[in-house]
Ligand binder design. Structure first.
Ligand SMILES: [Zn+2]
Length: 280
């Protein structure tokens, strides 16, 4: 399992699957784990690292959103204080999400030594912005729907670490499961955070963390450009430049299906029925 910036205070684990990230922030008296994911050996390794640092730290587990790949490791860490959004708690599709995990494990003969459960949330994020102190460090949590309907982004203000969830990835274009309008509002939120906060490190849910301001702004610009180009193609009924898209993003087979999902969302947006349903 690849890791990034593997230090005593921050580790980003990268799964072999979809380059999904798990984040472990270790403070002097708290430990925050975000989205522990995918394969049993990977969760074992994450568990070993957590056990190494746990000591008598308060342990928190945060979910950026309820997509099945992000909650798949919950059962291993279910004694932690769980933090997620109100929409995550109220998620109507929780049974479908659990079924996606079971189907995945069935498809690949995967056995886990912990139960597959939908997370029970202890700290529910209700407000648009929620400030919270974990140990000696200040965090700011923002509602960030658009990718899906229960997404949040998390800023560790003490250290300038921005946990972006499934936004601002360098390996994926925007995946809009919820709403184009809300996705764009969340991109505006990122712009505000990049302008007004001291962001030293941005960690996406898939792909590479970056400590470069230029790279952070480029990712934001690129996400907006993709949505604008898609809107343009839908409004003008012109084909989208797929060959161009897949010169930039490397996995055309699966990504084409995500692009097609986005196209349907954009058609809904253009026709004024954006965000009425959630497609996955
Ligand atoms: Zn994801």
């Amino acid at each position: 399992m690849r890791t990034y910036q593997d230090t005593d205070t921050l580790t980003v684990f990268e799964s072999a699957l979809f380059r999904t990230t798990t984040i472990m922030i270790v403070g002097s008296d708290h430990l925050l784990l975000v989205d522990p994911n995918w394969l049993p050996d990977e969760i074992d390794e994450i568990g070993r690292q957590v056990d190494k640092y746990k000591g008598d730290r308060d342990c928190h587990l945060l979910f950026t959103h309820s997509d099945y790949d992000h909650i798949i490791g919950y059962g291993r860490f279910r004694d932690f204080n769980v933090i997620a959004s109100r929409a995550f708690v109220d998620q109507a599709k929780r049974e479908d999400i659990l079924q996606e995990i079971r189907d995945f494990d069935d498809q690949y003969y995967i056995e886990r030594d912990y139960p597959i459960l939908y997370p029970t949330v202890n700290t529910v994020i209700d407000a648009p912005v929620h400030s919270i102190r974990l140990g000696g460090e200040d965090y700011e949590i923002h509602q960030a729907p658009g990718h899906n309907d229960d997404s949040i982004v998390v800023l560790n203000r003490s250290r300038g670490i921005l946990v972006a969830g499934d936004y601002l990835s360098n390996v994926e274009f925007p995946y809009v499961y919820d709403s184009v309008k809300r996705y764009r509002s969340t991109l505006d939120l990122f712009e505000k955070l990049l302008r007004e906060r001291n962001i030293g490190l941005l960690i996406p849910g898939h792909g590479d963390p970056t400590d470069s301001q230029t790279e952070m702004w480029n990712r934001l610009t690129e996400a907006r450009r993709y949505l604008n180009d898609l809107e343009e193609s839908v409004r003008r009924k012109r084909p989208f430049d797929l060959p161009g898209l897949f010169r930039r993003y490397r996995f055309p087979k699966i990504m084409q299906s995500f692009h097609e999902g986005n196209h349907r969302k954009m058609v809904a947006y253009v026709s004024g029925t954006d965000g009425a349903t959630r497609n996955g």
